[in-house]
Design a protein around this ligand. Structure first.
Ligand code: AMP
Ligand code: MG
Length: 310
């Protein structure tokens, strides 16, 4: 089953004996994703997260989902030294304008965004389940974590319907449940845009895999390619050619860590990946069009990728 959710093509794949039941379950899974989109979209002025941004300074009660996503986001921010940062909104807005107009933001615009981009300005109170944004003008962007979280929640719905042999994909963020009948897992091929070349394939069950990098979205200014992933040091798009695939137990972790690896690069990501149990990464770096082959690095402290990477 396919629909457009969270601005991308979303698919639900499942095994069932009864088609009517399958259809109803898929509809519920999509509805759950829709509910998360209503909460977390930065494209809808009325979304929960955008309303939160309008109330800087106050401790605002939020939904369990939003609180969980912000908690996991903070964990990845800390582990990545701020490479992953959901307060990136003001810089993302400048990037989106650059994509429309073809001109990079001016230095004073970057300077204006800088005081608003810092994950430590998001105060979470677990007891009260509230969030306080410490500066006026802050803009949260959950584009690097919400899809992975949503894919896992959708699988949870399907499991609840008794259809646990399933897979949910939101563009590059996927979560799989139990394997198809008679199989050891779901075989997922990962491609890069480099002539659709296959980076590899993973065989997974009850796990998430997310890909991130310059594959789909970029702007080109003066011959330099700038990714939609923002480097917090420059507040401009990452210009290094890089693709990352992260396998993890949790959808939010896979999604956010794949984005973080795209900023940090393979070498600086080792320690970070090691902090997340049941998580591993495969990274490809370097321009293929220069004639060379991209360099591949496998970061797999827990052995979760190694046994599956084909
Ligand atoms: P992904 O495709 O999961 O790598 O997420 C990319 C999206 O996350 C972008 O389109 C932005 O909305 C947002 N984003 C960009 N840079 C960052 C960053 N450094 N940390 C967190 N989110 C980011
Ligand atoms: Mg991501």
């Amino acid at each position: 089953y396919a629909r457009v959710c969270m601005g991308v093509r979303a698919t639900v794949t499942l095994y069932a004996v009864d088609e009517g039941r399958a259809e109803a379950a898929a509809a519920r899974a999509f509805a759950r994703i829709g509910e998360l989109d209503d909460a977390m979209s930065d494209y809808r002025a009325g979304s929960e997260v955008m309303r939160l941004c309008g109330r800087a300074g106050e401790a605002v009660g939020v939904s369990e989902d939003l609180f969980k996503v912000l908690t996991e986001a903070a964990r990845v921010s800390e582990a990545s030294g701020g490479a992953f940062d959901v307060t990136m909104g003001p810089a993302v807005a400048l990037w989106r304008r650059a994509r429309r107009t073809g001109g990079l933001p001016e230095a004073r615009e970057i300077d204006g965004a800088r005081p608003l981009v810092d994950w430590r300005l998001v105060e979470l109170s677990k007891e009260e389940r509230t969030v306080r944004l410490r500066r006026e003008g802050m803009r949260l962007d959950l584009g690097g974590i919400a899809k992975g979280y949503a894919a896992e929640r959708a699988v949870e719905v399907l499991r609840g319907e008794g259809l646990s042999r399933c897979m949910v994909a939101l563009a590059g963020d996927m979560y799989v449940g139990d394997p198809p009948p008679g199989k050891e897992g779901w075989l997922i091929a990962i491609e890069t845009e480099r002539s659709g070349r296959r980076m590899g394939a993973v065989m997974l069950k009850n796990a998430a895999v997310s890909t991130s990098g310059d594959t789909e979205q970029f702007v080109e200014v003066g011959g330099v390619r700038s990714s939609h992933i923002i480097d917090p040091r420059t507040l401009l798009g990452v210009t290094t050619r890089r693709c990352a695939a992260v396998v993890s137990r949790h959808g939010a972790w896979a999604d956010a860590l794949a984005t973080a690896v795209s900023v940090l690069g393979a070498e600086k990501s080792r320690e970070m990946i090691g902090r997340f149990a049941g998580t591993g990464a495969v990274v490809e770096e370097g321009a293929a069009e220069a004639g060379g082959r991209p360099v591949r690095t496998v970061i797999d402290p827990g052995g979760v990728v190694g046994s599956w990477w084909r």
